[in-house]
Ligand binder design. Structure first.
Ligand SMILES: NC(=O)c1ccc[n+]([C@@H]2O[C@H](COP(=O)([O-])OP(=O)(O)OC[C@H]3O[C@@H](n4cnc5c(N)ncnc54)[C@H](OP(=O)(O)O)[C@@H]3O)[C@@H](O)[C@H]2O)c1
Length: 324
């Protein structure tokens, strides 16, 4: 590494990673660093970025690992992260810094931290809070955990390059992973409560727009306002959100932590059930705010209002109830 001129890589350009990589590329250009090297499983999805951003595309993970001294990742789940990281570590130069933004179970983060240390690299668990729109606007909250020196290096640019704030959880990557799961307990709990409240408003004949105004006025936090709007409108497309499989992965983490520590998680158990119903009706492409669709069905309402996301359109009668 020479001064601030790091050679950056980014692996995992999904709903979140694509925006983060773009912002990292802008930072790299500004600092006179080499172009950010990208790799995504589905290469066709990122081909256009070569034209639009300060980046190049690596043909393999190993090729990227050989050329970069700081590699960011944002991957679907633990299994994918273990697989991708083992490929990175098989080729990475010693002293490479690995910055993972995926939401992983704490023990997975600890395993990756130990495996990276064995080959002289530093694995940081840096999960993120905020939806894709916040990733696009470099408005994420970034959790930082792992080796102190690597944390300091990455801490110098992640805010403002890809986020608006960071929270330091210290040397153990499991603590960063844990904070992300605790935070998602709050977010999914909020979605569950909003699902219930908007359903109750509709069943009692209260104007949902006025109820939303109350939310904006009295609970002006991003999760309440953003998920409240999606639930009011039935805007459940996962294309620029957090899809049900991702949401259920995180709900499973919360329930597993509850199970392992003998802590009941009844709100998340309910949300799990509503997400299962939403997935059965609308499929895996829905955003996790579609928890509200599952809730609506339990109250005898059609799952969707506004856009009809049913896989079997004949089942969602928006003027009546779900057809048998
Ligand atoms: N969306 C949110 O609101 C949000 C917010 C905070 C944190 N997160 C976390 O951020 C991470 C990414 O979420 P996302 O919403 O961006 O998910 P996403 O859009 O589904 O992207 C997942 C990424 O993982 C890659 N991937 C999946 N399976 C793979 C495999 N077998 N081998 C290699 N790569 C594979 C995907 O590649 P392809 O493009 O080829 O499918 C894609 O790049 C997750 O851990 C999630 O929990 C999400």
């Amino acid at each position: 590494m020479s001064g601030n001129k790091h050679s950056f890589g980014f692996i995992g350009l999904g709903n979140m990673g694509s925006h983060m990589a773009r912002n990292l590329a802008s930072y790299a250009r500004e600092k006179g660093s080499p172009q950010v090297l990208l790799w995504n499983r589905t290469a066709a999805k990122i081909e256009h970025m070569r034209e639009e951003t300060y980046c190049d595309i690596a043909s393999t993970i190993e090729d990227l690992a050989r050329q970069c001294d700081i590699i960011h990742t944002c991957l679907a789940n633990d299994e994918v992260a273990l697989d991708v990281y083992r490929r990175i570590l098989s080729a990475a130069r010693s002293r490479t810094i690995l910055v993972d933004h995926s939401t992983l179970f704490p023990t997975t983060s600890s395993i990756l931290q130990a495996e990276a240390a064995k080959v002289g690299s530093s694995f940081l668990s840096c999960p993120i809070f905020g939806p894709p729109a916040a990733a696009k606007a470099a408005g994420l909250l970034i959790v930082m955990s792992g080796d102190a020196e690597a944390r300091a290096t990455v801490g110098e640019y992640v805010v403002p390059a890809i986020g608006k704030a960071s929270l330091d959880c210290g040397d153990e990557t499991s603590k960063g992973a844990l904070l992300k799961i605790l935070g998602n307990n709050c977010i999914l709990g909020t979605i569950e409560l909003l699902s219930e409240s908007f359903t109750l408003a509709e069943k009692t004949g209260f104007d949902p727009n006025l109820f939303y105004k109350f939310i904006e006025t009295w609970f002006p936090a991003p999760s309440w306002v953003n998920y409240g709007r999606k639930i009011r409108d039935g805007a459940f497309s996962g294309a620029q959100g957090f899809t049900i499989p991702g949401g259920m992965k995180d709900a499973a983490f919360i329930r597993r932590l509850g199970d392992e520590s003998s802590t009941p998680t009844p709100i998340i158990d309910q949300a799990w059930s509503h997400l299962t119903t939403a997935k059965a009706i609308g499929g895996e492409g829905l955003d996790w705010s579609s928890c509200a669709a599952g809730m609506r069905v339990t109250a005898g309402l059609p799952p969707f209002k506004g856009e009809d996301f049913s896989m079997d359109k004949s089942r969602n009668d928006v003027n009546g109830s779900v057809k048998d």
